[in-house]
Design a protein around this ligand. Sequence first.
Ligand SMILES: C[S@@+](CC[C@H](N)C(=O)[O-])C[C@H]1O[C@@H](n2cnc3c(N)ncnc32)[C@H](O)[C@@H]1O
Length: 290
Amino acid sequence: MIHVPVLLQEVVRFLDPKAGKVIIDATAGAGGHTEEFLRRGAQVLAIDRDPEAIKYLKKSYGSQVINHKLVLAQGNFANIGEIAQKKGFSRVDGILFDLGISSDQLADAKRGFAFAKVGPLDMRMDPNLEVTAYDLVNNFDERRLYEIFSTYGQEKFSRAIARAICRARQIAPINSTQRLANIIREVYGKKNIRTKLDCATKSFLALRIVVNSELINLENALPQTIEILKKGGRLAIVSFHSLEDGLVKRFFKQEKQLLVLTKKPVTPGASEILKNPRSRSAKLRVAEKI
Ligand SMILES: C[S@@+](CC[C@H](N)C(=O)[O-])C[C@H]1O[C@@H](n2cnc3c(N)ncnc32)[C@H](O)[C@@H]1O
């Protein structure tokens, strides 16, 4: 599946990739943004914690890797300072974070991200992580599950879903995306609620955030970017979740060395949302190091 890069033109407008510029793509995924940075002549360090993404980038952009226009790094952006230093990118013109998962990860049933596919309850972006969604769903007590669904999913039926999971797993461990999704759908069904989104959307998102420590990683990464950016360098962050966006907004406000360039977050227009529904909740915030 091709990953359509979100808010590509807007990211390009702010980061202005061109020959002589050095950019870190901290969430390279299928290389949608990286490809455009390279096409415009910039040198790119592409980081992703998913080894499958790095393998794919190596295969797709091999010649750019050979001529050092593209440098690849498998790792967690929570260690962006160390990764950048190791790869010789310790002073850069731009850094992009395009948070969340890629279409490739979602499309691959065995990764366990998709409630619409039958797969194991996994959800790890990096297969070396020790805890999977299966572990959370089958071992956490009702209260912790409730907290996960309400905090990270803002799921209004968190309590009922947590209870239904605990009841269902007494019969047999919940080991597939399909069984979990059906348990959640049944909760909605009993309440006679119809929704536009699949009823499992918010709960799956919440589990994914916890399995991959997504908010903690972002919180750890942000302060490190200041060290890596040159004066005048820009930090662009595309987020899809209000907790992520809040974190970015607060960081931009607090950090004295940053000038905020987006008073309000930039969001996709109707035509982008029509072409790429995944973009519908995207918010881009950009700041410049002064
Ligand atoms: C939305 S996709 C990026 C898509 C990419 N911009 C494109 O256009 O093809 C997000 C990517 O970030 C990666 N990712 C998420 N959290 C990460 C982290 N903490 N460190 C490194 N990569 C991460 C995921 O594995 C995924 O491939």
